[in-house]
Design a protein around this ligand. Structure first.
Ligand code: GLN
Length: 389
């Protein structure tokens, strides 16, 4: 007899990610895609050449499960140069197929059913499903919404203190922050240090936008702080650094005891990542200027788009980092964010991301996230189209 099995969903309340929804809609309506975060300009040609060369030279079989040793060594040198912390490439770095995979793996490594995880909202859309699929319980803390044109979103640390419980297993951080463009400051780090001191709480720090930081702000990596790093998984992305989001390459840094468990999970999932890409990155990473100038490069794009958007009725909220800036459309429409984003894609030909997608309960503040890591001409055409609203 034929049986017809049905799945008892592990993620019953989850649909398709907003990035896929908006990119598909943008393609369908031939809209300018300022939704999903990726550059529309070409990546570095030398790095492409290095991958080609590695392939031609025959580096096409599995590399080490933890990542090509030479690449891990170059990453350790980079970390020491930027954040003054010495990490052991042998025991503290694992190359992963992307930053999101590193985050998922870290959560899977740490969480037991019923463990609570502090998540600040708006939160990148993979965090909460990643926690829930591992039996964890997200404890949601709203970031303090800024007054327009003044400060950016920030963490209310008193609220964090109130939400900590004996079940708190981990705190998730993201700086520079997707989607708001907020960045953590020295005072935030002090508060965090104080809260976790003497506890068994882990920290997962999503730092994929480490170099995409503006206005002379400093990237407060948890790697700078030994007391925080000893309890942390720190996740990075090559895609954001080298304009190649489609390569899906990243890495996780964690102290040896934590990384040992992380690798147990990783080895039976992806096992290892693209070998030729790792050879190329190992050679390219020491060319520091490629990442050191990124903040200035993207700040110009942010400012160019800001200038262009003055001709529209959108109101910017401050962005100090990432690929993104939030724009309020309260003066244009009282539609909800998702309906508005869909209508603007279809009718104006510009796709953005409704920020409500970054809240578990769909909190709606009449803001869209626009990605400005685009060619000048793309930003100019997008702003022209948005003027119609
Ligand atoms: N990180 C990208 C963004 O925020 C999207 C990545 C994805 O589509 N999964 O736009």
């Amino acid at each position: 007899m034929l049986s017809n099995p049905s799945i008892h969903s592990k993620l019953p309340n989850v649909g398709t990610t907003i990035f896929t929804i908006m990119s598909s809609l943008a393609n369908e309506y031939k809209a300018i895609n300022l939704g999903q975060g990726f550059p529309d300009y070409p990546m570095n040609a030398e790095l492409v050449e290095l991958v080609n060369k590695a392939m031609k030279d025959g580096y096409n079989q599995y590399t080490h499960m933890c990542g090509l040793p030479a690449l891990r060594e170059r990453i350790a040198e980079k970390i020491e140069g930027l954040y003054t912390t010495k990490v052991d490439p042998e025991t503290e770095i694992t190359i992963t197929p992307g930053g999101t995979y590193a985050i998922y793996t870290a959560l899977t490594t740490v969480l037991q059913p019923g463990d609570e995880v502090i998540v600040f909202e708006p939160a990148y859309d993979s965090y909460i499903p990643n926690i829930e699929i591992n039996g964890g319980v997200p404890v949601l803390i709203p970031l303090v919404h800024p007054e327009y044109r003044s400060d950016s979103y920030r963490i209310d640390w008193d609220l964090v203190r109130q939400k900590i419980s004996p079940k708190t297993k981990l705190i998730m951080l993201n700086t520079p922050h997707n989607p708001t463009g907020a960045v953590l400051g020295a005072e935030d780090i002090k508060q965090l240090q104080h809260i976790v001191a003497g506890t068994d709480i882990f920290v997962l720090s999503d730092e994929v936008y480490e170099h995409l930081i503006f206005d002379n702000r400093k990237h407060e990596s948890v790697l700078r702080y030994a007391d925080l790093y000893q309890r942390s998984f720190v996740c990075f992305s090559f895609g954001k650094v080298y304009d190649c989001t489609g390569w899906k390459m990243g890495y996780c840094v964690a102290p040896p005891a934590l990384m040992k468990e992380f690798r147990k999970v990783h080895q039976f999932n992806a096992f290892s990542c693209s070998t030729p890409v790792q050879y190329a990155l190992a050679e390219f990473l020491p060319r520091k200027e490629n990442y050191l100038q990124l903040g200035v490069f993207l700040q110009k794009k942010r400012d160019h788009f800001l200038g262009l958007m003055k001709q529209t009725r959108f109101e910017p909220l401050p962005s100090y980092g990432s690929y993104f800036q939030l724009y309020s459309y309260a003066a244009i429409s009282d539609e909800n964010e998702k309906d508005f984003a869909i209508r603007v894609t279809k009718e104006c030909g510009v796709a953005g991301i409704p920020v409500s997608a970054f809240y578990k309960n769909g909190n709606d503040n009449k803001v869209l996230r626009f990605c400005f890591s685009k060619k000048e001409a793309t930003l100019e055409e997008a702003a022209m189209r948005l003027k119609k609203l």
